[in-house]
Design a protein around this ligand. Structure first.
Ligand SMILES: [Fe+2]
Ligand SMILES: [Fe+2]
Length: 163
């Protein structure tokens, strides 16, 4: 039976399976936090909010990590926090290129201020822009989230409504 997950005042999405409920159990405390809920106020990839983007990356990273038998909890939590910054990218007082390179560090600082992170979650956040940033991920889950982030960015930009 489908179960609607409500966090704060938001109806985020519907869990359709036990697998979905496991996903929400991994990120529920993050979704309930005001710093995460504020992400709904900012756009990401034109029509998607930063909260929905973060949720997309977390959900598909979780699914892929489960399929591969990897650390699905760290993948989901690191992905949920990977873009934790609170400004519209176009209004940032830095160039788009510089933003691509510095926002992982900002997200990590914001995440560490509000949540306890394990080493893998730190690496996932800090390295999610790998190839724009030079230092490669240390963990396979970090590679996975970096790939899923790019996949979701493309889907949200060109196929809005599909994911
Ligand atoms: Fe990002
Ligand atoms: Fe992202």
């Amino acid at each position: 039976m489908a179960k609607l997950f409500i966090t704060g005042s938001m109806e985020l999405c519907v869990a359709r399976s036990m697998e979905d409920e496991l996903f929400f159990s991994c990120v529920k405390d993050l979704l309930d936090h005001p710093e995460i809920q504020k992400l709904e106020d900012y756009f990401q990839h034109s029509r998607t909010t930063r909260l929905k983007h973060s949720l997309n990356v977390a959900y598909y990273s979780f699914k892929a990590a489960r399929f591969l038998g990897w650390d699905h909890r760290s993948a989901a939590r690191g992905a949920m926090l990977h873009d934790l910054f609170h400004y519209e990218r176009k209004e940032a007082p830095i160039s788009a290129l510089r933003h691509l390179r510095v926002h992982p560090r900002m997200a990590l600082e914001n995440a560490e201020r509000n949540f306890f992170l394990n080493e893998k979650e730190r690496d996932i956040i800090l390295k999610h822009m790998w190839l724009c940033t030079l230092k490669p991920p240390k963990y396979r889950e970090s590679f996975l989230v970096s790939f899923v982030d790019k996949f979701c960015a493309v889907m949200e930009t060109f196929c809005a409504g599909v994911i």
